[in-house]
Design a protein around this ligand. Sequence first.
Ligand SMILES: NC(=O)c1ccc[n+]([C@@H]2O[C@H](COP(=O)([O-])OP(=O)(O)OC[C@H]3O[C@@H](n4cnc5c(N)ncnc54)[C@H](OP(=O)(O)O)[C@@H]3O)[C@@H](O)[C@H]2O)c1
Length: 324
Amino acid sequence: MKAARLNAIHSPLQLEDVPLPPMDPPHRVRVKLQAAALNHRDVWIQKGQYAAIVTPVTLGSDGCGVREDNGEPVIINPGSHWGPDERVQSLAYTILGMPDDGTLAECVSVPADRLHPKPPHLSAEEAAALPLAGLTAWRALCVRGAARPGDRVFVNGIGGGVAWFCMQFALALGCQVYVSSSSEEKLAEARAAGAHGAVNYRQPGIFKELAAHNELFDVIVDSAGGEPFAQLLFIAAPGARIVTYGGTLGKITQLSPQIIFWKQLSILGSTMGSDADFAAMLDFVNRHQIRPRIARIFPLEEAQAAMDFLAYGAQIGKVVVRIA
Ligand SMILES: NC(=O)c1ccc[n+]([C@@H]2O[C@H](COP(=O)([O-])OP(=O)(O)OC[C@H]3O[C@@H](n4cnc5c(N)ncnc54)[C@H](OP(=O)(O)O)[C@@H]3O)[C@@H](O)[C@H]2O)c1
């Protein structure tokens, strides 16, 4: 079968012929993939900025396809071995697409309990876009952030694949949703999709300005981190939950303890999600007929171009790779 292989860090993906992955039904089954989706994780691995990198490997955590043993259309929960504690994943937790070979290939082999029925209202490409980012957004917003109908929610950097799901889930929940972006085009798209407010985080003093107009938020979701994170405290409502699931800009600095303790804020970390989170997310997506937003679809032969497109950061939503 064909697979887009990463043979070493800092090297481009190569389309290669590799042996079909093993299966052992009913425990481990092979999925003939129709579509895969990229996540920033794939970019970090290629750049060597991820823990315990193993090469050669087939990247890709997200996929939609057909079970080879029974023909059922499925999507894959990319997380394995969460463990018994809902609060935190076990030390054995792994994500599909390194160290195990992932979905940028014609077939992938996974434990059967990682498979879930494909949401019937979605195309294969849309369904492939859902698992990792949808799961991360669900846990960050609904589990760690405990967003409830009527809450005011701020999603920072709406261009991100996870961020767009956060906005969609919060709107479907009945929250008041504000977003930020560096791009006026992305802000306009978010408003068109239902966001109640949208600001450019590059505008100097914008967070203080929002606070001055009493635009405060019960739940704030961020994946950028870095120095700008401290400004999110200005727009936190008393008792707010600020959830971080990414560190794109590096270390968080300049946090004011006074604002954190005086406003009784909670700063919460979130990563991926448990099997229960995945099932709850899928149920929510089906009930609310949520459609993942796809930025662009590339053929498997152009998997490296898809990676470059994601790394460049001009997209809104998910970058998908069509396989069949
Ligand atoms: N912990 C987990 O389980 C988990 C899961 C998924 C992702 N992540 C991490 O979360 C981050 C985003 O992942 P993704 O796949 O959603 O990436 P992505 O689709 O590439 O999105 C990255 C987004 O970050 C936003 N951003 C950049 N600088 C910013 C700033 N100064 N302030 C606010 N936002 C800023 C940009 O938003 P605009 O374009 O709108 O400006 C950009 O679209 C990555 O670091 C990734 O590794 C973690």
